[in-house]
Design a protein. Structure first.
Lengths: 130, 130
């Protein structure tokens, strides 16, 4: 969707550093997998290729999710909010989303008055980045 | 959970403006409702009261969700991610989350090469803020 991609990128309110937060949700289970950031180029590429691309703030460059780990995110549908300042990605996550080897990055929770770990790694991180 | 609340607030990596993004998800349906921001005080209050409180960047003060609209968010479980720089709130949303009167703020989508509205208001916004 080349025309739509450009129009959507134009309509998004990127923040003062040129980025917009993007939430990735597994499209069928509803599980929230991760939150990362996109610049206009990452958003445009994601819309045009159907494969999720973020902008890595630590590395200062495009981050094609899964490019080193193989844990790619196929875009099912891209949504955005009322203020056009947050993206919600409906994705199909291959393998795991988290660099720790867990399916979701949100594996810490406050339960019964304690901070607990609610998910364990499914893949050894050494395997992801070897 | 007073002790846990303080410990969790201490462990979160707030950004350079002292805020952390918080995603609200309806705990049973999995629907992502909105994304807003918390400062340490908002996070602490949310954990201690069980009612979600954000920090309004536009108003520069605590925003107890539903304080004017009545559309409160009851906290079911608070989670955070691998980098401790994003919060995921499992909530029970009374009524609608969006100021437009829609259940979710994410009502814009790219479908079939077009930007479309995928949800309509359930409540007249004038009713929410009268």
């Amino acid at each position: 969707m080349p025309d739509t991609a450009d129009a959507i990128v134009q309509s998004i309110n990127f923040n003062s550093t040129g980025l917009v937060p993007a939430i990735a949700q597994q499209h069928d289970s509803g599980e929230v997998l991760m939150m990362a950031w996109m610049n206009p180029e990452a958003l445009s590429e994601t819309l045009k290729t159907g494969r999720v691309c973020y902008f890595s703030r630590s590395r200062g460059k495009l981050w094609r999710k899964g490019e080193t780990s193989g844990q790619v995110q196929k875009l099912i549908e891209l949504r955005w909010d009322c203020d056009a300042d947050t993206i919600l990605l409906q994705v199909d996550q291959r393998g795991v989303a988290c660099h720790t080897g867990r399916r979701s990055c949100f594996y810490n929770a406050a339960r019964d008055g304690k901070a607990v770990t609610i998910a364990e790694p499914e893949i050894d991180p050494d395997e992801l980045y070897s």
